[in-house]
Ligand binder design. Structure first.
Ligand SMILES: [Zn+2]
Ligand SMILES: [Zn+2]
Length: 442
């Protein structure tokens, strides 16, 4: 093992990292992370040195990795400078695209669409601009309308969200409406039985700043039964049986035990946001926000919540924060497996996030790795991480182990991904669709 010389009191097993002499000497607490053109490596530089990035090398001190991390955590990070290098390894993968024979939904526009992932085939549930809820089958190219939404309960002027149970039996459809002067917000929704077309539940999370984050809804399976997690207030999530609406997580916030308060006892609470469930339905992640405001990406165990501790979602022992971000929440996230979660954006402030992915261990909240490049849309994982860069109008395929971009497909920005059929769906303006697959020669 090589021992590298450093300017700190330690030798280093790894190539030392660089810090400007002012940050090194503690003359500047604030520091900038400057990507120095060598892959993901960055140096720490002060406000003065950042003006001379082309010639700061003479001002740099070498430190071991432990000292580097200590300087980072003790000081105050201001901004990234430059850009990390994206590692590319193109060649083997490509996409195949198939267009449906003709328009399937001519004359209407899609307001929300989600796949039915557990029933085989290529089925999707969609809400369109006429308030129809339909099942789209892209094997038979048919569209069957199940019902029309009750517009008293789901305001089509709002941002429509939809989640579908894996067995295709239930859909939760919600509307998030921004504050209108003199009117209450309308952050409400319904649960539909897609077999009968009947409404089984009405969803309501109140109007206390609930327009600022996604309406939290997620289905999951546990012991061969379907459950729905849904927001029942700005700071409360519950689990219900979507067939009957029966509440499974009955608890009174008036008798909330001290340990069930997150942050400061009786002062802190959180606004829930977008929920995503891990592949085997073991954990759930929320990307909501707290006063500051800052976004908080957290996760907890679903079986613990149902079996052991009714306060698990509030502040149970399995709940961990992965990252917090000034003024940024409901960002793109996906599960890699039941223990690992991947979130878009490198940094901790909405004004200072650079394109990339951060990977966390959901069981303790620790960051495992990061890599630069991925864009903020279509964040989905299935063997590879798929991301869409709207600026470049392209979709990229990433290996999360190495952080390498394996392929980039130009002029391709699909709406969503079907984990069952492994298809990407793109809706076209004329009412037809393109189905795309990743193909590899191996
Ligand atoms: Zn300096
Ligand atoms: Zn050191």
């Amino acid at each position: 093992m090589a021992d590298y010389k450093t300017n700190c009191p330690h030798t280093s097993d790894h190539k030392p990292k660089c810090v400007c002499r002012h940050v090194f000497a503690g003359l500047s607490e604030q520091y900038y992370r400057f990507f120095n053109g060598q892959s993901h490596e960055y140096d720490l530089v002060c406000n003065q040195c950042k003006k001379y990035l082309d010639r700061i090398r003479i001002n740099m001190k070498k430190v071991c990795h432990t000292c580097f991390e200590k300087i980072e955590s003790d000081g105050e990070f201001v901004k990234f400078l430059g850009a990390p290098e994206i590692t590319k390894n193109s060649g083997k993968l490509s996409f195949e695209h198939l267009r449906t024979p003709g328009p399937i939904i001519a004359g209407r526009s899609i307001r929300a669409i989600q796949p039915i992932i557990g029933v085989g085939g290529s089925k999707w549930v969609m809400v369109d601009s006429t308030s129809a809820v339909s099942i789209l089958d892209l094997e038979s190219f048919t569209l069957v309308t199940v019902t029309f939404l009750d517009l008293e309960k789901v305001n089509l002027n709002g941002k429509i969200g939809i989640k579908v149970s894996a067995d295709g039996h239930y859909a939760a459809i919600v509307s998030r409406v921004n504050r209108i002067d003199g009117e209450r917000d309308s952050n409400k929704g319904v649960v539909l039985d897609l077999h009968s077309g009947l409404e089984t539940m009405v969803l309501d999370r109140g109007d206390y700043y609930t327009e600022l984050s996604e309406f939290s809804i997620a289905f999951y399976d546990y012991n061969d039964k379907v459950y729905l997690v849904h927001a029942t207030d700005w700071n409360r999530l519950d689990v219900s049986d979507p067939a009957t609406g029966e509440l499974v997580t009955e608890r009174s916030f008036k008798q909330r035990p001290k340990e069930a308060w997150r942050f400061k006892y009786k002062a802190g609470s959180e606004f829930y946001g977008n929920l995503i469930v891990s592949p085997s339905n073991k954990r759930i992640a929320d990307f909501g926000w707290c006063w500051g405001p800052y976004g908080a990406l957290s996760s907890w165990s679903l079986p613990e919540w149902l079996e052991k501790n009714v306060w698990e979602a509030d502040n149970g022992p399995s709940k961990f924060d992965m990252n917090s971000y000034q003024y940024y929440w409901d960002g793109a996230v996906c599960w890699i497996n039941d223990n690992t979660i991947c979130a878009w954006g490198i940094g901790d402030d909405d004004e200072n996030l650079i394109a990339g992915a951060m990977i966390f261990d959901a069981r303790n909240g620790k960051q495992l790795s990061w890599f630069p490049g991925p864009g903020p849309s279509l964040f989905t994982y299935d063997q590879y991480l798929f991301t869409t860069e709207l600026e470049g109008n392209s979709t990229s395929v990433w290996d999360v182990e190495s952080g390498k971009r394996l392929h980039q497909e130009a002029d391709f920005t699909p709406n969503c991904y079907h984990h069952g059929s492994q298809q990407f769906l793109t809706a076209l303006e004329d009412g037809s669709f393109i189905i795309s697959y990743l193909s590899s020669p191996d």
